[in-house]
Design a protein around this ligand. Structure first.
Ligand SMILES: *Cc1c(COP(=O)(O)O)cnc(C)c1O
Length: 224
């Protein structure tokens, strides 16, 4: 299958309200340009320096999503142009993002990352801790250049589809609860970023609004 075939197949599987983020980590500028030429505009990257190096070589109207985990000291590489930061799991990261957004004269949207997978991972916060952090930050004037746009999560990498269902259901429930709670602005807190190549359909069933797809569009990666 060609890139165009794979892209068409992924797009055909998405309901119109679900946004496709093409995950282009490790892909060359030429590969990204080829997908752009097929019409894709939203791309996701995981590594700040890689994104910083690719961005100026590609069309200016690409909407760049930062989907990886990163240290505060790397925020400066992407703050001047990034559209949405998907994986925020600490207020210290928000403090740094705020500083860099202000310096760039921009307002930057972000998603809180929940840790829903069973696997051991340092990234994201367990649902109850995340809920507490969001409630504590509600109404804060500490981040005037940032806008909380929703939640992001990654399900376990497993063939156990019931497990993946439980994880997506838990994230979707937190999303609904928060939107109804008054702790977030439901007009702006509208995005639920969940679903990758392997669990795209399940994520959609549970109400995903953004899917992050790499392999199913570009093919297997030689490194992660
Ligand atoms: C790599 C990555 C993806 C895409 O994974 P595929 O399996 O290639 O679709 C999605 N989200 C995050 C956070 C990633 O790191």
């Amino acid at each position: 299958m060609t890139l165009a075939d794979r892209y068409a197949r992924v797009k055909a599987s998405l309901p119109p309200q679900v946004k496709l983020i093409a995950v282009s980590k490790t892909r060359t500028v030429a590969e990204i340009q080829a997908l752009y030429d097929l019409g894709q505009r939203a791309f996701g990257e995981n590594y700040p320096q890689e994104l910083r190096d690719k961005q100026p070589l590609l069309p200016a109207d690409i909407e760049w999503h930062f989907i990886g985990h990163f240290q505060s000291n790397k925020v400066k590489y992407i703050a001047p142009f990034v559209h949405l930061v998907h994986a925020v799991d600490s207020t210290s990261l928000l403090d740094e993002l705020e500083k860099r957004a202000a310096a760039a004269g921009r307002t930057i949207g972000f998603l809180w990352q929940a840790r829903i997978a069973r696997e051991e991972t340092k990234h994201g916060l367990p649902i109850d801790e995340l809920s507490t952090m969001i409630q504590r930050s509600a109404g804060s004037t500490r981040w005037p250049h940032l806008v909380a746009r929703g939640l992001m999560g990654m399900a376990s990498n497993t063939d156990d589809t019931a497990q993946v269902d439980r994880e997506f259901a838990a994230l979707a429930e937190l999303f609904r609860t928060l939107r109804a709670s008054g702790f977030v602005d439901p007009e702006r807190f509208t995005e639920l970023s969940m679903g990758m190549s392997s669990d795209l359909r399940q994520a959609i069933t549970h109400g995903s609004t953004m899917v992050r797809i790499g392999t199913a569009i570009f093919g297997e990666r030689s490194r992660t």
